[in-house]
Design a protein around this ligand. Structure first.
Ligand code: IPD
Ligand code: CA
Length: 278
């Protein structure tokens, strides 16, 4: 077992980065809502036929990237829909222009824009980066979640905290499923281990929003295997700053694509053990 990590101090401007992330997320969220009202079509599919991208995903990413390039030209940018810009400032923005694209297609109200300012930190998350500021905006509920390292989490400007529940038997657990058949077979086995042990399971369809729901105490825990950096960068900071512990596959491994589990510190290890069946 490795020693617990000591988080580095956040740069002095983390709060300003969080404000900027919030403004961008709100702007892009308004855009995707507006585009949705004009109709939606699948523009392409990605890892499988059910992993889709819409015109609005691309347009949202374009608008966010353009705004970052104007305001902070030295920063890097990584976006789900293909943006990959190396920066020189040490900050890389990690963007999900629509998290919950399938909900967006079906007009279900759980989709959002997720934006995080990250710094390199090899042990922090599986992608080697750590968010120091982030924002998630759901245009259908009018919610803006914002956090910066050491500054707590707000929802529409008001501080929020996790539920703090530590008993799995009465915990409401969020999760999500990947897009490939192989991944879903694994995930079905995980759900079948957990379902008899928890209050219930929710699959809302947006990992970023799930992590915000955990931060707001509307879920008691969340886990998923196969997340990409843009799915969790902002949401994991938002959950952590609201009191959640974020665990990887084992105590020695960083959370991220291989596995990410988030809950009150008294619940996360037990949830992980049951889900992974170790
Ligand atoms: C997906 C959602 C979903 C999660 C998947 C993600 P997308 O992102 O966050 O809840 O289960 O793992 O890929 O495709 O809607 O941006
Ligand atoms: Ca996503």
């Amino acid at each position: 077992m490795t020693a617990p990590r000591t988080p580095e101090a956040a740069p002095a401007d983390a709060a300003a980065l969080a404000d900027f992330a919030g403004e961008l997320a709100e702007r892009a969220a308004r855009l995707i809502l507006d585009l949705r009202s004009q109709g939606v079509e699948v523009a392409a599919s990605k890892s499988s036929a059910v992993d889709i991208v819409t015109h609005a995903d691309r347009e949202s990413e374009r608008v966010i990237v353009e705004a970052i390039r104007i305001a902070r030209p030295d920063d890097g940018v990584l976006g789900e829909e293909g943006t990959g810009i190396e920066g020189t400032s040490g900050i890389t923005w990690v963007i999900d222009p629509i998290d919950g694209t399938v909900n967006y297609l079906y007009n279900l109200p759980a989709y959002c824009v997720s934006i995080a300012a990250t710094v390199a930190d090899p042990g922090a998350f599986a992608d080697g980066r750590r968010a120091i500021a982030g924002a998630v905006c759901n245009p259908r509920t009018g919610e803006l979640f914002v956090a910066h390292q050491g500054g707590g989490t707000t929802r529409n400007g008001e501080p929020i905290r996790i539920s703090g529940k530590t008993e799995l038997a009465t915990a409401l657990v969020g999760t999500g499923f990947g897009y490939t058949v192989e991944r879903r077979i694994e995930q079905a086995a995980q759900v079948s281990r957990l379902l008899p042990r928890a209050r219930d399971i929710r699959r809302m369809g947006s990992a970023a929003y799930d992590l915000c729901m955990l931060a707001a105490g509307r879920l008691d825990a969340y886990y998923e295997r196969g997340l990409q950096p843009w799915d969790y960068a902002a949401g994991a900071l938002i959950a952590r700053e609201a009191g959640a512990e974020i665990l990887g596959h084992t105590d020695g491994t960083a959370p991220g694509e291989p596995f990410l589990c988030a809950a009150a510190p008294g619940l996360a290890p037990e949830l992980r053990e049951i889900v992974l069946g170790d």
